[in-house]
Design a protein around this ligand. Structure first.
Ligand SMILES: Cc1cc2nc3c(=O)[nH]c(=O)nc-3n(C[C@H](O)[C@H](O)[C@H](O)COP(=O)(O)OP(=O)(O)OC[C@H]3O[C@@H](n4cnc5c(N)ncnc54)[C@H](O)[C@@H]3O)c2cc1C
Length: 374
């Protein structure tokens, strides 16, 4: 997400870019993703807003319900979001978002099957080394290589993430499998004392439904997008939940699982001509739905800092990128790690909606396209 957004934003400013991706091809992985107003402002600048509005689901409200009775704990009116924060909040399939970002980048600069294994830099540039034995050179490298970043490990050594003891099961599947159940024009978070599940549509036609969970679990061996979830285990974890939740889980044909780790904000994002972006430098728990959003913000600030910069000045422009981005990304990362139940329950119309930690305003009103670079 962050790598493609960075490539698109850099190209918009006339900067030549190559993208190296380890995967042999891109698959439509079964996961939904929320693009909040701060991310949508970047998509507007990249020229993707209309495309995303045409395909994504725009929910009327975000609702919190008690897991067993189904009683409403709170409801947040999402219709105020666009007026208040200057862009919509859309729910979409991760594959649709990826395809939209990919459409901004010409095929001939995306090099698949290029797994980075090492890199070396000197005063003038960087050499990248791939698993297939090939090499490439560049005047700067942005490691947008995700939570297990090889670039980060090369720069700063292996990290020690902390397993939170929780797993996110995720699935997207055709809404027809729900039978007569309509989950409504809302995103619903069902809360039990030690676990929750979020359910929403991911397409404008409401023909695909998505859920993501957070449940206590022993640590799996891997942290990967493609770990298969055990459906019997998943359903039994929600056996005490409201019939609507059980009906969604009964309809689900398969699910992936993602162990949730948290990491402290990283002190340094790069060295010389090599810097990190997105999960590679600020991986966060999914509880605020801001991981990809902040990666996409990074992309624009990076492009703005590098615009018109000569090769000799790239290291200082990259330092400026880190200076601008780190405080905000670290703040969101730390807050996300808290998994606060009250998140998004502040009424943005309330007179006391000043900037405070559990008021979403400071997250969503931010505009990376115009934010000061100093
Ligand atoms: C359960 C869950 C729900 C989430 N929901 C949301 C949400 O609603 N909204 C939101 O904004 N965020 C959400 N996130 C977070 C979001 O998915 C991530 O923050 C986001 O994908 C990070 O983007 P990225 O570009 O930094 O890394 P990634 O998307 O992980 O991309 C990294 C890329 O680098 C490639 N790569 C890795 N290593 C190498 C290598 N050695 N050589 C070459 N290529 C390599 C990978 O193949 C991949 O294509 C969620 C996360 C989880 C786990």
């Amino acid at each position: 997400m962050g790598g493609l957004a960075a490539a698109a934003a850099l190209r918009q400013r006339g900067i030549s870019v190559q993208v190296y991706e380890q995967a042999a091809r891109f698959l439509r992985i079964g996961a939904g993703i929320q693009m909040s107003a701060n991310a949508m402002k970047v998509h507007r600048m990249l020229g993707l807003e209309e495309r995303l509005r045409k395909t994504a689901f725009q929910h009327r409200a975000r609702r919190h319900r008690y897991f067993d009775s189904g009683a409403y704990e709170s409801e947040f009116d999402m219709s105020v979001v666009e007026r208040k924060f200057g862009a919509p909040h859309l729910m979409m399939h991760r594959g649709d978002l990826h395809a939209a970002l990919l459409s901004l980048v010409p095929d001939d600069i995306v090099h698949l099957n290029k797994k980075l294994v090492n890199l070396e830099q000197d005063a003038n540039g960087v050499t990248l080394m791939f698993a297939d034995g090939t090499r490439a050179t560049a005047s700067a490298v942005i490691g947008a290589d995700g939570v297990h970043s090889v670039v980060r490990a090369q720069l700063f050594g292996a990290e020690q993430p902390h397993y939170t003891g929780r797993i996110a099961y995720r699935s997207t599947f055709p809404s027809t499998l729900l039978g007569d159940l309509d989950i409504g024009d809302i995103s619903t978070k069902w809360w039990a004392p030690d676990r929750h599940i979020v359910i929403y549509y991911v397409t404008k036609q409401k023909d695909e439904v998505y859920f993501t969970t957070s449940i206590p679990a022993a640590k799996p061996d891997l942290e990967s997008w493609s770990l298969k979830g055990d459906l019997a285990e998943l359903r039994s974890a929600f056996a005490a939940f409201h019939p609507e939740v059980r009906q969604v889980l009964a309809a689900c044909p398969d699910a992936n699982k993602w162990p949730i780790f948290d990491r402290d904000p990283q002190e340094q994002w790069g060295v010389g001509r090599v810097y990190l972006l997105g999960d590679a430098c600020h991986p966060m728990t999914p509880y605020m739905a801001q991981g990809a959003a902040t990666a996409i913000e990074d992309a624009v600030i990076l492009a703005r800092c590098l615009e018109g910069v000569a090769s000799a000045d790239l290291p200082s422009a990259l330092q400026q990128y880190e200076r601008v981005r780190k405080p905000r990304a670290s703040r969101i990362q730390s807050l996300s790690n808290l998994n606060k139940r009250n998140w998004m329950r502040v009424d943005p119309n309330a007179p006391d909606a000043a900037v405070k930690e559990n008021d979403p305003g400071w997250v969503y009103e931010y505009d990376a396209c115009t934010a000061p670079l100093q």
